[in-house]
Write a protein that binds this ligand. Structure first.
Ligand code: ASP
Ligand code: MG
Length: 421
């Protein structure tokens, strides 16, 4: 909002803009939504302009996807793939419910508020459905409403393609909305609220001794997110890094204080980045696949096309001679079951290894001393979960192991490499 600066009559100054994002568990029911409204109002009263990005309430997105699958299966059998365009039309409604309810809750508290969909706030994406990428943000309507003194509520996770189609940004994509808006609005800061008070050295649900990280640099967090950590979405971290936006990850359920327990995500000085392991991450939404190709009639190009259409992303891929091994993420492939059946039919040489998890150790300089990798493998073997695929780089050791050992592996690797003694 523009204010007249009392010290010089003719000058106008604007309030700092704070972008806040609230995840699904923070807005899961009416009572929680009310607490979020109180928090937003408190931020406003503290002298900020506030833009709030919301996720769908609780598990709404999963529920909508289940209904879509049921409707498809009832008419077309289990292998029917609901079109990704229609899935976008469907799941984008989840965030719209939250934005309208939060706007009502804030207005009920006596403050001016207005809600907008992603397309209304000028979030322009490429034309992929279900895992679109933001290519441009033109936040004119938000700026106008801020100037009119409104708190602006934005439906996260969605945008509009340059062909004017409604798109969504991939699971967890409300984080990306928040960071992209913070950058476009030149916000003072971007606060990401969830049910945990920041980033930990492992998922605290799997590793009770996981340590809270008060600060983490973009690179480490990006490696963690790309390895499957759910704390922040990888695209959001990448965007924050490029735009130099500091992210404050906090818990919605902590009291409103000036310095809550939180994780500050930012660029850290190289001197503070000792070569060491920082975190353990596990991902179970992955698939290990092997392809022995026929050089006379290579199937790899067709396999890649089919994976692309289904929204499967490649985590790792290496080819030697006729043999290709890949680790695939199926997080944004809601029709993966149908794609898998079709791949099996068209490319018999494409073999899937069932029930695996990818366990990663993230940090920096990890390969400086190869004995670290030796220890990593030894610990997994000791657990009866030998690496079926092993990838090592300075930023990350990763192993594909049997899914049933994922929790034990995280605990053991955390204790051996990350925990401070
Ligand atoms: N509601 C979407 C999801 O569950 C987006 C988000 O929460 O960020 O993936
Ligand atoms: Mg969600």
């Amino acid at each position: 909002m523009l204010l007249t600066d009392p010290s010089s009559e003719n000058q106008v100054r604007s309030l700092p803009i704070v972008v806040q994002k609230y995840g699904g568990s923070s807005v899961a029911d009416v009572a929680k939504l009310g607490r979020v409204a109180d928090r937003v109002v408190a931020t406003r009263r503290a002298g900020n302009d506030v833009v709030v990005v919301v996720s769908a309430m609780g598990k709404t997105t999963d529920e909508l996807l289940r209904v879509a699958a049921d409707v498809g299966a009832a008419g077309g059998g289990l292998d029917f793939e609901p079109p990704r365009r229609e899935l976008d039309m469907l799941v984008s409604t989840g965030e719209r419910v939250t934005m309208a309810l939060l706007s009502i809750a804030i207005q009920a508290r006596g403050h001016k508020a207005i809600s907008f969909t992603g397309s209304q706030c000028g979030i322009i994406t490429n034309d992929r459905h279900f895992d679109a990428r933001i290519i441009e943000v033109r936040p004119h309507r938000i700026e106008d409403e801020i100037a009119r003194g409104h708190i602006v509520i934005v439906a996260g996770y969605q945008g509009m393609s340059y062909r004017r189609e409604i798109t969504t940004l991939g699971r967890g994509g409300s984080d990306t909305t928040a960071v992209a808006l913070a950058a476009a609005l030149r916000a003072e800061r971007c606060e990401i609220y969830s049910d945990v008070d920041g980033v930990y050295s492992a998922d605290p649900r799997a590793v009770p001794s996981a340590q809270h990280l008060p600060e983490v640099d973009y690179g480490t967090l990006q490696t963690m997110a790309e390895s499957g950590a759910k704390v922040l979405c990888a695209q959001a971290v990448e965007w924050a890094r490029r735009a130099g936006i500091a992210i404050y990850a906090r818990s919605t359920f902590d009291p409103v204080v000036a310095e809550p327990r939180q994780t500050l995500v930012r660029q850290l000085e190289p001197s503070s980045q000792q070569p060491r392991a920082r975190a353990v991450v596990a991902d179970t939404k992955i698939v290990l696949a092997r392809l022995r190709d026929d050089p006379a009639q290579p199937a790899l190009p067709m396999v890649l096309d089919m994976l692309s259409t289904a929204g499967v992303t490649i985590r790792e891929l290496s080819t030697e001679g006729a043999d290709t091994t890949m680790v695939l993420s199926v997080l944004n492939a809601p029709q993966w079951g149908a794609t898998r059946t079709e791949l099996g039919r068209k490319v018999p040489a494409f073999q899937l290894v069932p029930a695996v998890a990818l366990v990663s150790l993230c940090g920096g300089g990890l390969t400086d001393d190869p004995s670290g990798l030796r220890e990593f493998c030894r610990l997994l073997e000791e657990l009866g979960a030998p690496a079926q695929l092993l990838v090592a780089s300075p930023l990350r050791f990763a192993a594909v192991i049997a899914q049933q050992h994922a929790v034990a592996a995280q605990q053991r690797l955390h204790e051996a490499f990350v925990a401070e003694r």
